[in-house]
Ligand binder design. Structure first.
Ligand code: HEC
Length: 110
């Protein structure tokens, strides 16, 4: 019984690695960060503020990889700071892909 529980937990972990997705707990942390940290400049609903809007319609104009680089390294000479110390490249990719999925309002931020 305990052994099969352990096994299924392991399989769950393996599945998550293969899906290349952050764990659900980490996803919740990332959403929270998006709202409170990114939101302080990009607007609580990501419609823009000091930083440009991060809605799908706006982000689609820029290649994904460049968006990921921007978030990881920041943009020198602008207020956009680097987030590399806090989120991995894989987590950043997940964030960008989710932002791009939302045509009008980001469902990530409510
Ligand atoms: C201190 C303010 C500030 C914070 C906090 C901030 N940003 Fe930015 N961000 C900016 C500014 C200003 C720009 C525009 C840079 C430029 O002029 O190219 C920008 C640009 C961007 C871009 C490029 C947009 C585009 O269309 O090219 C992305 C993506 C982005 N930020 C995502 C994020 C994410 C995700 C977070 C949170 C992890 C975040 N930002 C936090 C100020 C901020």
């Amino acid at each position: 019984m305990i052994r099969s529980l352990w096994l299924s937990l392991c399989l769950l972990g393996v599945a998550q690695v293969f899906a290349n997705e952050p764990s659900s707990q980490r996803q919740a942390e990332l959403k929270n960060m998006l709202k409170h940290d990114c939101g302080s400049c990009h607007g609580l609903t990501l419609k823009g503020g000091l930083g440009p809007p991060l809605l799908a319609a706006d982000l689609k104009k820029t290649p994904d990889d460049y968006l990921i680089l921007t978030i990881q390294n920041g943009r020198k000479g602008t207020a956009m700071p680097p987030w590399k110390p806090f989120i991995t490249e894989q987590e950043t990719r997940w964030l960008v892909q989710n932002l791009l999925k939302n045509p009008v309002e980001p469902t990530l931020v409510r």
